[in-house]
Ligand binder design. Sequence first.
Ligand code: NAD
Ligand code: UDP
Ligand code: UDP
Length: 335
Amino acid sequence: HTVTRPPPTPSPLRFSKFFQANLRILVTGGAGFIGSHLVDKLMENEKHEVIVVDNFFTGSKDNLKKWIGHPRFELIRHDVTEPLLVEVDQIYHLACPASPIFYKYNPVKTIKTNVIGTLNMLGLAKRVGARILLTSTSEVYGDPLQHPQTEEYWGNVNPIGVRSCYDEGKRVAETLMFDYHRQHGLEIRIARIFNTYGPRMNIDDGRVVSNFIAQAIRGEPLTVQAPGTQTRSFCYVSDMVDGLIRLMEGDNTGPINIGNPGEFTMMELAETVKELINPDIPLRIVENTPDDPRQRKPDITKAKNLLGWEPKVVLRDGLPLMEEDFRQRLNVPSK
Ligand code: NAD
Ligand code: UDP
Ligand code: UDP
């Protein structure tokens, strides 16, 4: 028994003579942290037209201010849980709050964004024959029983916990991507993004790197959530954007882990921030939140072999770049 796949619909733009040289790219969630850096990179290529769709839940126009009014750029206020009609060749589908305090704020909406939002973008990709990339997450591995995590690992996820709207939402989004690929022949790409940091992160989004840097600049104690031995691996945003573009342009559907394998305990991260930014501040152990994964580190063999990608910026070089951005936004010049 063989399944015959319908051939992918050719993109009306990619095959039209007039636009042959141009690529029109949709970035959902393009006003957010990673999205806006991706837009900056895509706009560097004069053959790209970029359309950003964002509902500004966690993103802001400020992140895109240098492009507003540019002839190759368009910004549309739109919620991806509603259908969208545009004509594009590629879709980078990032729209979804990424920080626990935001995705837990309205968990039902988070699920709708991941499920209905991804369904709509797949429907769009199908109609116009566009290639679509989903930014999934290392959270699909849950509290992993395999370390480091390879793409083959199926994960250890609580289906009914407070993080589930995000974790399970992304897992369904991945499933939808593969079903549209198998059933409708869509060209799909899935990136499993590990913790990413850099300029333009929300200052008050409760994530560990943004918290520690803001606290160090404000002269407040660094809040290490207990026990402090839990680990994460932090990827600088320019490396992340480079990986996403390589994945989109390459021939592999993924899922592919994109992250920095350098692994740190939260205590080590706090010590590093303290040393680099403000040696006078104390560390304070505070209560943790439920279902916090104990360790996380990507196996990036696949990204290395298939995309020729590996991160270049080490934590000690990335943190000062973020500090500079935070100082400007917090209006606290360095001493
Ligand atoms: P972010 O919150 O800065 O950006 C998300 C953007 O999506 C925001 O601009 C927000 O306004 C927009 N958005 C949210 N819901 C929407 C909706 N229903 N319709 C339209 N727009 C909507 O987060 P980020 O860190 O830039 O994350 C981008 C993507 O990468 C997300 O899909 C996230 O799940 C994934 N990711 C991020 C990380 C990380 O460490 N930052 C890790 C794993 C995965
Ligand atoms: N969709 C969209 N833009 C398009 C095409 C489809 O937002 O250009 C939405 C559509 O409203 C539907 C979803 O994508 O909710 C899935 O579309 P598909 O055609 O795959 O399924 P169907 O409409 O047959 O359920
Ligand atoms: N964390 C911390 N102090 C903070 C915020 C977070 O020690 O002020 C810890 C948190 O318990 C977790 C890790 O940092 O173990 C990463 O948390 P974050 O919310 O940044 O990302 P995620 O849990 O999604 O990886």
